[in-house]
Design a protein around this ligand. Structure first.
Ligand code: HEM
Length: 177
C-alpha cells in the first residue's frame, strides 16, 4: 500500500530519469576501475613512457579519458537528472519538453561513450607505436583520431546544449507566470 502510494507520486516522466542514475553509476564504476589501474606500477610506468599526464598518447588516457568518464559520465549526468527532477517540483511548472529530456540522455551518454573509447583506443594504439619509435605510424593513426574525436565531442556537446535549452525555456515559463 505504502509503496503504491509512493509510486503514484512519481510521475511517468520521472521514470525517464532512472536511466540517468544507472548510467552515472556505471560511468563512475568504469572511472574508478580506470583510476585504480592507471596507478598500478607497470601500467603507471607504461603511461609515463608515452607522455602522461603532459602530452602525447599517454595524456589521452590519463587524465583526459579518466577525467571525463568521471566528471561528465558520473557527475554531469547525475546533475542533469537532479535538475530535471527538482525543477518542476520547486517551480510547480512542468519541464518544457520531455522529448528533450531523452535527447539530453542519449546525446550525452553516447557522446561520453564515444569520447572515452576513442581516447582509450587511440591512446593505446598510438602509445604502442610510439614505444616502437614508429613516428610515421603514430602520425597516420592520429590523422584518423582527429575527425573521430571531433564528431564524438560534438555529440557530447549537443547533449549539454539540449539540456541547457530545456532548462532555460522552462525557466522562462516559470518567471513569465
Ligand atoms: C562536451 C563536453 C566536453 C568536451 C568535448 C571536452 C573536451 C576536452 C578536451 C578536448 C580536453 C583536452 C584539452 C587538452 O588537450 O589538454 C579537455 C580537458 C579537460 N576537461 Fe573537458 N570536455 C568537456 C566537458 C568537460 C566538463 C563538463 C568538465 C568538468 C566538469 C571537463 C573537465 C576537463 C578537465 C579537468 C580537463 C583537463 C584535463 C587535464 O589535462 O588535466 N570537461 N576537455
Amino acid at each position: 500500500m505504502k509503496q503504491q502510494k509512493n509510486a503514484d507520486k512519481n510521475t511517468v516522466e520521472d521514470r525517464d530519469l532512472i536511466k540517468f542514475l544507472l548510467a552515472s553509476v556505471t560511468f563512475f564504476f568504469i572511472g574508478t576501475v580506470h583510476g585504480v589501474l592507471q596507478i598500478q606500477p607497470p601500467i603507471r610506468a607504461w603511461l609515463d613512457s608515452i607522455g602522461s599526464p603532459y602530452g602525447g598518447p599517454g595524456h589521452m588516457i590519463d587524465p583526459l579519458a579518466h577525467a571525463h568518464i568521471n566528471v561528465v559520465g558520473g557527475v554531469v549526468i547525475l546533475c542533469m537528472a537532479v535538475t530535471y527532477y527538482l525543477l518542476p517540483r520547486l517551480s510547480g511548472q512542468p519541464l518544457f519538453s520531455q522529448r528533450l529530456v531523452n535527447h539530453t540522455f542519449w546525446w550525452t551518454t553516447l557522446g561520453i561513450c564515444g569520447f572515452y573509447s576513442t581516447l582509450m583506443v587511440f591512446g593505446i594504439i598510438e602509445g604502442n607505436l610510439l614505444l616502437q619509435l614508429d613516428h610515421e605510424g603514430v602520425a597516420e593513426v592520429h590523422r584518423l583520431y582527429t575527425p573521430i574525436i571531433a564528431v564524438v565531442s560534438t555529440g557530447m556537446g549537443i547533449g549539454f546544449w539540449v539540456f541547457f535549452i530545456n532548462v532555460l525555456v522552462t525557466a522562462k515559463t516559470i518567471y513569465k507566470n
